[in-house]
Design a binder for this molecule. Structure first.
Ligand code: Q46
Ligand code: ZN
Length: 310
């Protein structure tokens, strides 16, 4: 198997693109894919400040590295959820990356420690609230990322969601016909109202396998373990099913998600924009001021309830 560009020995075959690449040409190819995604979705410019949400895993650290390499102005935020050795190890990987790589670009790391700030780790908070850990975690991360981005004047917030994440989420939303989620499943969510940061997913064109290969080739030291709370989740099942389809028919994930984005873009020209919809129903939370559709936002409600149960 030879590299499509330079004809030396290839290290990865990408059947969905009908190409194989050696390490340097693969790295270039992935950079080009990210640039293409940023431009196609009009995500940000080199003058804007970007806050990347990092978990210590391959996707978010790869995103941080690629954006730095491409010359963007990026800092990062790590939310320490307090999930035992998993969080300890993840924090260690993030700190090491900050020290070894990001500091060379004067890129800085913000850390929010749930146990210190909210009084208990995410599992204990979820137990107190009788809520599933992952939904408590989702509310927490969305809230804290938005807060840090807005309070520190970042123009945009970026996450490391990849093609596998987006295709499996799309499958889940379609299977349950959650149209309100489908509307917002885009790699670029505008800052519709004051108090909301713009949100983007620059890796939406890359598969998990491509990102893992990039991380290994470029010596990114990441947390290999998955969060223990993800075990048995529907998302993992959808990913597995899509991987089986991908093996039988290369390009399935790409056709599924990119096809959805094309249809969504056409439909959007005829319907109310997300921005208009949000402006109609969102207003500042009476407690913290972040935008919400109720009087009090879900984070403040969650924390108020947790306090009464301590
Ligand atoms: S980190 Fe949080 Fe995930 Fe862990 S607790 Fe669940 S939601 S699985 S992306
Ligand atoms: Zn609030």
């Amino acid at each position: 198997m030879l590299c499509r560009k330079c004809k030396t020995k290839a290290v990865i075959n990408l059947p969905q693109h009908n190409r194989a690449f050696c390490s340097p040409c693969f790295t270039d190819f992935l950079h080009t894919q990210v640039i293409r995604g940023i431009k196609a979705q009009n995500m940000f410019t080199k003058n804007e400040r970007i806050l990347v949400a990092v978990s210590g895993g391959k996707d978010s650290l790869t995103l941080w590295q690629i954006l730095l390499h491409l010359g963007y102005r990026v800092d990062a935020l790590y939310v320490d959820l307090g999930i035992g050795s998993y969080s300890e190890k993840s924090r260690e990987k993030v700190n090491r990356f900050t020290h070894d790589v990001a500091s060379r670009y004067e890129s800085k790391l913000h850390i929010h420690t749930v146990e210190e700030e909210e009084g208990a780790g995410i599992k204990d908070l979820a137990n107190l609230l009788h809520r599933p850990t992952c939904s408590t975690c989702g509310t927490m991360k969305r809230y804290q990322f938005n807060r840090v981005a807005v309070q520190n004047d970042y123009d945009v917030m970026a996450t490391g969601h990849n093609l596998d994440d987006e295709a499996s989420r799309l499958l889940g939303n379609v299977l349950r016909w959650q149209t309100e989620y489908l509307d917002k499943q885009t790699p670029h969510l505008p800052a519709s109202v004051e108090g909301f940061a713009r949100k983007v997913k620059p890796l939406y064109r890359l598969t998990e396998r491509e990102i893992a290969t990039y991380a290994v080739i470029n010596k990114i030291d990441y947390q290999v373990e998955e969060c223990p709370m993800a075990k048995g989740s529907k998302m993992l099942l959808y990913k597995e099913m899509l991987n089986r389809l991908e093996t039988e028919s290369p390009g399935t994930k790409q056709r599924f998600y990119w096809g959805f984005l094309e249809k969504q873009a056409t439909a959007r020209q005829q319907t109310t924009e997300i921005v208009d919809q949000d402006r109609e129903c969102l207003h500042p939370c009476a407690t913290c001021g972040q935008p919400t559709s109720s009087e009090i936002c879900s984070y403040c409600k969650m924390m108020a309830k947790a306090k009464t149960r301590v």
